[in-house]
Design a protein around this ligand. Structure first.
Ligand SMILES: Nc1ncnc2c1ncn2[C@@H]1O[C@H](COP(=O)(O)OP(=O)(O)OP(=O)(O)O)[C@@H](O)[C@H]1O
Length: 244
């Protein structure tokens, strides 16, 4: 059982943000967590990252309690958070350099540059890149660490609609290749259903698991699947929870 969230509660002072959340996340599964603003999605992801502890309950990865951040769980945030003084290639290699400056796996870095469609931009500074490219660098910077779990917190939330759409297609294709364990947070219903193998919908604060479903869509996924009856049925169920 790679990730287990077991009866987790989280309070910030008197404010209960998460209430009795239990989840299991299998290996090589893309799980999307959908919920309205303030329902505790980021808090849950931060707990999985080991950035904040639960107030009650426990979170485990491969049976060990998650108590601190680790290279096995890398987070991609809404803001790419790249280092403007470094080239694109050095940004991707940053985590490897932190681990061991002498033995950077440059072949791996360059492979990811290729996979991410960033070839030709290796020496560009990050401010010379579009928002979508910056997010691809952020994803590459995470993947280069070969994490057990990729945690994604609204990674496309700051992008314009067209770029967001392009990045969703890109991530679908990437996931077909890497089949990593991904926990992806969003408040966009279409994005959650289109990307996920499993959809978890949270109630309004205090966040609870209100719905958990296997997404009944084959892979590879395409945008026109958002018009499938199965997609629309699940969307209707999710919308009913978000509107409650
Ligand atoms: N460190 C903190 N201290 C106090 N309150 C916090 C802290 N972090 C989050 N909160 C509160 O917890 C609640 C949930 O926040 P969280 O960011 O997890 O929600 P979210 O579902 O990710 O929302 P959004 O989609 O808007 O990012 C909010 O009311 C927020 O103000």
């Amino acid at each position: 059982m790679p990730i287990l969230v077991d009866r987790v509660c989280k309070d910030f002072g008197p404010l209960r943000v998460l209430d009795d959340v239990s989840l299991t996340i299998e290996d090589a599964t893309f799980v999307t967590i959908l919920g309205s603003s303030g329902c505790g999605k980021s808090t849950l992801l931060n707990m999985l990252a080991g950035l904040t502890p639960p107030s009650a309950g426990r979170l485990t990865l491969d049976g060990s309690n998650v108590t601190r951040p680790g290279p096995d769980r890398v987070v991609v945030f809404q803001q790419a958070g790249l280092y403007p003084w470094l080239s694109l290639r050095d940004n991707i290699a940053f985590g490897l350099r932190m681990k061991s400056a002498r033995s950077i796996d440059w072949a791996r870095v360059d492979e990811l540059i290729e996979v991410m469609g960033l070839k030709g931009f290796e020496n560009h500074r990050t401010y010379e890149l579009s928002g979508g490219m910056q997010q691809r660098v952020a994803i590459a910077r995470a993947l280069v660490m070969r994490p057990r779990v990729l945690l994604m917190d609204e990674p496309f939330g700051a992008l314009d609609a067209q770029t967001r759409h392009t990045m969703q297609q890109f991530l679908l294709g990437l996931w077909e290749r890497i089949r990593a364990t991904v926990v992806f947070i969003t408040h966009d219903i279409d994005e959650a259903i289109l990307l996920g193998d499993r959809l978890i919908v949270m109630s309004a604060r205090p966040g609870r698991v209100a719905l958990e479903r296997v997404v009944p869509l084959a892979r590879p996924r395409h945008w026109d699947m958002t018009l499938d009856p199965e997609f629309l049925d699940l969307k209707r169920q999710a919308m009913a929870i978000l509107a409650a």
